[in-house]
Write a new protein. Structure first.
Lengths: 200, 200
DNA sequence: CACAACATTGAACAGTGTTCAATATCGAAT
DNA sequence: ATTCGATATTGAACACTGTTCAATGTTGTG
């Protein structure tokens, strides 16, 4: 039996999240299970349920970390004035690279369906909004004098688009082999959209 | 006990697929189970496994139907000469509408992860290729004299993009309410991409 | 040193996919 | 008609899943 106070609740949480991430990375998220995580950190299921409400709660927290890391990478290098196009292309590049580094964990963010009755907490939705905000800021310099509304729409269209390519690539639906082709596709999407958006 | 020869293998298959589709439509695909399907058609699990290899096989066949119906709707009205832009916008419109009519079943096509060792059969991949072909044909008139390669890429970029918007909308990731806004987003994506692609 | 407080366990329950011996049913041959 | 072989159908069994919670182990404090 693991000794009481061997680890604080916070420590157990952390250990569980890391162990779970490792399982998802190595075996995919359908292979994730409460017992596996518990065993991996040297506890039993019961303890896991003391620290997480349920499996959805655990997954939500992994996803939150995934989004955090992605956001960190996206904001690593700030937009340079006069290079808005390049910046947006770079954002796309970062996104694809990130998804490709750990496809299983990335996919979990979008594939896991939470029980319908369970509402996604505000702090989590905030993380998603934050990502769209980065794209919006990137577009802004290219949309001088256009209504906020249009910028928001452009950000959503582009980001949804990049995301879709990424998903289809990862599920082998695109008939595209290799990361490089995916990078090319997103370049095509972003640069052509922007050409159309800015009108030249 | 259901009488032997009450239904042929083919009939049971058909009944099972329909029953399963109904369950997915009404309750979502995570609520789908072999026993539920079997009960719904008045048989037991064992019989289901006589007619389908396993649950993945059943799902694959539902997905095949979903793709067939989508393809049928996409090719319902043929492209009119000189109206390529409108045609592509309409394709996007049809796609979004279709996904929205039965989100659960549509999502299953892209969300269900088949066991890694199991390879997706050629006849199934053909159905996907067929869909991209429709888009490619739609783009062709706008890409006079450009290499095949570029047309293929454009089709993939656009379709991946539409798909991504659709997914994000269905998972409430876009913060977009209602089908209409999604339709607007895809219009934005397609028309701006095409503007960029054709150069005006 | 005892006791209250709490951390941890693991058995139990209802569900899942999957298999396969046992059984029920039928068509054909005698 | 009766029997018999072929096969359609069943349902119990297995190993797994998430989840709960009484029981038990461990600890700090009075």
């Amino acid at each position: 039996m693991a000794r009481r106070s061997d680890h604080s609740r916070e420590e157990i949480r952390e250990m569980a999240l890391s162990a779970a991430e490792k399982i998802v990375f190595e075996q995919g998220y359908e292979k994730l299970s409460a017992r596996k995580v518990a065993t991996a950190i040297g506890y039993t299921v019961g303890t896991l349920y003391l620290v997480f409400e349920n499996i959805d709660d655990l997954i939500l927290n992994i996803n939150a970390r995934t989004l955090d890391r992605l956001h960190a990478q996206m904001t690593e290098s700030p937009p340079k004035p006069g290079k808005a196009r390049e910046y947006l292309l770079q954002l796309g590049h970062v996104y694809i690279r990130y998804a490709n580094e750990d496809p299983h964990r990335w996919a979990m963010v979008f594939e896991h369906r939470f029980a319908e009755e369970r509402t996604i907490p505000a702090w989590y939705q905030e993380k998603i909004a934050r990502m769209f905000a980065v794209v919006e800021e990137g577009i802004e310099p290219l949309a001088m004098g256009r209504p906020r509304e249009e910028i928001t729409q452009a950000a959503r269209a582009i980001w949804g688009g990049v995301h879709g390519i990424c998903i289809l690539a990862l599920t082998d639906t695109l008939g595209v082999a290799g990361v490089d082709s995916v990078q090319e596709l997103t370049r095509s999407l972003i640069s052509n959209y922007l050409k159309g958006f800015t009108g030249n």
